[in-house]
Design a protein around this ligand. Structure first.
Ligand code: GDD
Ligand code: MN
Length: 380
């Protein structure tokens, strides 16, 4: 009886709150209007900042793509911040800039690699636009992505706008399918949270931030990523960080599980670093961000993954005691159900691995136990 009760409880804790949250956010997406003064004619000056490290393969296509955007070129400047790439990134960018004199382009070369976020702060010293647009070298925009994202910025409440991922992959493998399912759920959650107030999980591939706010807060160099910490700190400043429902970027996703895990555990470590560092904001103010969104996402990303450990163990014990319980597992033959299941567990396990790695510290994951205090304890 104890086993059954425990199993049901753990299963419920793992799935029910998250499921209800998704349903709630879906309702918001469908029924709640954006309470934002969207202005389709808003045309501020923008500084497009691209941090690069060894991007000779992507940089030209990236710059061409920015030049193709549906936005007045005289209101646009491009700033490339390169961290001592040893390939042809800088050469190619310089060549491109010579051939495209209509867009003001600056190339800043750092003397050593201190990471992407450090490069962004370097870029921040040179930006002159009203809106700082961060974008990665390995992603592309649709023609209207920038304009679609900018129109929300007309509202003084909005401090930052991020966009949605259009997944591309050179092969449709199971790793890619899992990513697609994840992104579908992700989209409901981000837009729901954005309509409600402000979102936490964020995308740095195409991310807009008002320059006047960045002049005050910059980017947090203690964290490896620029996305989640920026969203949190924008809300801390009393502004909203939202994901636009109609601004997209295209980025390839790994098709092998090995590379997917490598990419996702790194990103997950950054998410954890940000949630952990800013956990003190939970319940701090009376906004939906502080009272619901940040606490819930912290629960989903930091607490819930741990629940999957006893859940896995208890499920095995239950399957041994009641083999017929494996019958409902036949539902997993339905691809939709299977994908949701796989996505949930893959994400939980990636978060777990990431948190264990973080717990091991950034330099070393293992340590040697302290011999001498044990010796003393033993000799007594
Ligand atoms: N200047 C500079 N210096 N740029 C760098 C460095 C560095 O040390 N390291 C990476 N970059 C650049 C890359 O050249 C690319 O343009 C961009 O930063 C993103 O790097 P990716 O290797 O593509 O990482 P990603 O796809 O995982 O990035 C995404 O996830 C991160 C979260 O961990 C983006 O959303 C990032 O914005 C986000 O922070
Ligand atoms: Mn990338």
């Amino acid at each position: 009886m104890l086993l059954e009760l425990l199993w049901l409880t753990v299963l419920g804790v793992n799935i029910v709150p998250f499921g209800l949250y998704i349903l709630y956010m879906k309702r918001i997406v469908k029924n709640k209007p954006w309470n934002i003064g969207i202005d389709f004619n808003y045309e501020p000056s923008v500084s497009v900042v691209i941090p690069t490290y060894e991007e000779e393969v992507t940089i030209r296509r990236k710059l061409d793509n920015i030049a193709e955007a549906n936005y007045p070129k005289e209101k646009m400047e491009i700033i490339i911040v390169d961290s001592a790439s040893t390939d042809r990134t800088v050469d190619l960018a310089q060549q491109w800039s010579k051939n495209h004199s209509k867009i003001k382009t600056q190339i800043i070369c750092q003397s050593e690699r201190r990471g992407m976020v450090n490069a962004l702060n370097e870029g921040l010293k040179h930006t002159r636009g009203q809106v700082f647009v961060k974008t990665d070298a390995d992603c592309l925009w649709l023609k209207d992505s920038l304009r679609n994202a900018l129109k929300y910025m007309a509202d003084p409440q909005v401090g930052s706008v991020a966009s949605l991922h259009v997944i591309q992959a050179s092969r449709e493998t199971s790793s890619v399918k899992t990513e697609r399912t994840y992104r579908e759920i992700y989209k409901w959650l981000r837009i729901g949270e954005s309509k409600l107030y402000s979102t936490v999980l964020y995308e740095g591939e195409l991310m807009l931030v008002k320059q006047e706010i960045l002049d005050k807060i910059g980017f947090d160099e203690e964290i490896g990523a620029d996305d989640v910490p920026t969203a949190i700190r924008i809300a801390e400043q009393g502004h909203r960080a939202i994901t636009a429902e109609d601004a997209y970027f295209i980025e390839q996703t790994p098709y092998t599980w090995k590379e997917k895990f490598r990419q996702k555990t790194r990103r997950a470590r950054h998410v954890f670093q940000a949630l952990w560092k800013y956990k003190y904001l939970i319940f701090k103010k009376k906004t939906a961000f502080h009272r619901l969104i940040l606490p819930f996402e912290t629960y989903v990303y930091v607490v819930n993954p741990f629940v999957t450990i006893p859940l896995a163990i208890l499920s095995v014990a239950m399957a041994v005691r009641y083999p017929w319980l494996l019958l409902p597992a036949l539902f997993l033959l339905i691809s939709r159900v299977r994908e949701m299941f796989v996505t949930h567990f893959v994400n939980s396990w990636i978060m777990l691995v990431a948190m264990f790695m973080e717990a091991g510290g950034k330099e070393k994951v293992t340590w040697r136990k302290i011999e001498e205090i044990r010796e003393r304890a033993n000799s007594k």
